[in-house]
Design a protein around this ligand. Structure first.
Ligand code: PLZ
Length: 442
């Protein structure tokens, strides 16, 4: 890690060079591809992102939970360089190569469940989810898929249908794929239900409105990411899994955001005591290279006929080399412990903020995946304006934080696990100062 680990603002953001580049963006890049941090990045590593003007920002977002091992991690960068020099592509469906197979073996070994497994590799989280649904439908011969309120699964046509939130993800982009049904989730802060009661409510909706016999799969994030870092009540996920088992429904758990040490275990499923039939992964898997996977029970994964799954780039050799290096770091460089330590630090700091400010209605998360939900202290109504203003002010002061939530009123913390503690503290200090001087919507 050669970058100096400090927050350093040498210009207001965006600085003059970033301004020039962002002006070109406005002219050249489609307006729909927006950005939230007004800089042009030129380097990143450890716990910082450096821009074209020499500003160094504290990174509490990891490019949306991707650079978990650290940006440009030396082992990942070396593996990419070596693979790029050897060969960049053959297409695994034409001429297979060992690294793809080694990634599949690692995923089969690391994902929860002692049963025989298979994996297939793709390019993005959305593509992994699409393929998990294809596989579940082929295996069951059924078509309905259950997704949940507040769920997020991507922006492709099928995954837009699976995603709950209209704006910005779906609005004007329909018609959406058929045979997708939405069930209520467990959102303890807002519904006050036990896990068992929330599961009973969801199962009743599925049974009454869809029917187990028509249902190919239930698809859920163990902790909902884009939807607001919603941690379900204890017992919710096991009860849903049990219902799936009893009804021959494939239980697909989307660990695209929660996967790979983020929550302090390799997969969040482990913390909820579930062993999904299929798991989708992406983001953290390859240290920043585009790679995604579906991993699961061999008899389900093998249901698709030869040639039924694939794609030109799926499991690209450079992405696989990066993944093998990242997985080595996850397993051997103390990443689980680091995620747990970051989680404790964040929780202590965020709960401190909450005690001092009633506009923070909830502090939640697991490991290095933490969030605060902003509300009107009197009514409990979501305060998206406050979350947005605080996040924007923190960014202006050199701390990258992301918002999320169906109501847009959540600030989430997804630091790279390579961030030093001092920068975490400084990042929270900056956020606290921004909060103290920001008025809410009410
Ligand atoms: N499943 C659980 O979190 C991606 C989306 C950001 P892709 N989340 C970040 C945005 O605004 O586009 C995500 C996820 C879960 C699937 C996906 C989709 O992964 O790699 O973005 O396709």
């Amino acid at each position: 890690m050669t970058l100096v680990q400090e927050r350093r603002l040498v210009t207001a953001l965006p600085g003059p060079r970033s301004q020039q580049i962002l002006a070109r963006k406005a002219e050249a890049v489609a307006a729909g591809v927006a950005h939230t941090v007004p800089i042009a990045a030129v380097a990143a590593g450890g716990g910082v992102v450096v821009d074209a003007d020499g500003n160094s920002l504290i990174d509490l977002g990891s490019g949306i939970a991707v650079t978990t091992v650290g940006n440009a991690h030396p082992k990942v960068a070396a593996a990419i360089a070596a693979q790029a020099a050897a060969f960049t592509h053959t297409c695994f469906m034409i001429s297979p190569y060992e690294s793809y197979i080694a990634v599949a073996e690692a995923l089969n070994r690391l994902t929860p469940g002692g049963f025989a497994k298979r994996s297939a590799l793709f390019n993005s989280g959305a593509e992994a989810v699409e393929n998990a649904v294809k596989i579940a439908r082929k295996h069951t011969g059924r078509s309905a898929v259950i997704a949940f309120e507040h769920g997020y699964h991507g922006r492709t046509n099928l995954t837009m249908a699976l995603t709950a939130k209209a704006m910005p993800y779906k609005s004007g982009f329909g018609p959406f794929a058929p045979e997708i049904y939405r069930a209520p989730v467990s959102y303890p802060y807002r519904d006050g239900l036990s896990g068992a009661d929330a599961a009973a409510r969801a199962i009743a909706v599925i049974e009454k409105q869809v029917g187990a016999d028509s249902t190919a799969a239930v698809l859920i994030e163990p902790i909902q990411g884009e939807g607001g870092f919603i941690v379900p009540a204890d017992g919710f996920l096991p009860a849903v899994q049990e219902w799936c088992r009893a009804n021959g429904v494939v239980f697909i758990v989307d660990e695209v955001q929660t996967g790979f040490a983020r929550t302090g275990t390799m997969f969040a499923s482990e913390q909820f005591g579930i062993e999904p039939d299929l798991i989708t992964t992406a983001k953290g898997i390859a240290g920043g290279m585009p790679l995604a996977a579906v991993t699961g029970r061999a008899e389900i994964m093998d249901a698709a006929h030869a040639g039924g799954l694939g794609g030109t780039y799926g499991g690209n050799p450079i992405a696989c080399a990066a993944a093998l290096a990242a997985i080595d770091v996850f397993e051997n460089d103390g990443m689980l412990e680091r995620a747990q330590a970051i989680g404790s630090l964040l929780r202590i700091r965020l709960e401190g903020l909450q005690r001092a400010d009633a506009r923070i209605g909830d502090v939640r998360g697991v490991g290095a995946m933490a969030a605060i939900e902003f509300v009107d202290p009197v009514t409990g109504a979501p305060d998206a304006a406050l979350a947005g203003a605080v996040a924007k002010a923190a960014v202006s002061d050199g701390v990258i934080v992301l918002t999320c939530g169906t109501f847009g009123n959540v600030i989430r913390f997804l630091p790279p696990l390579s961030i030093p503690d001092e920068l975490l503290h400084e990042g929270i200090d900056v956020l606290a100062a921004a909060l103290a001087r920001t008025e809410g919507a009410s």
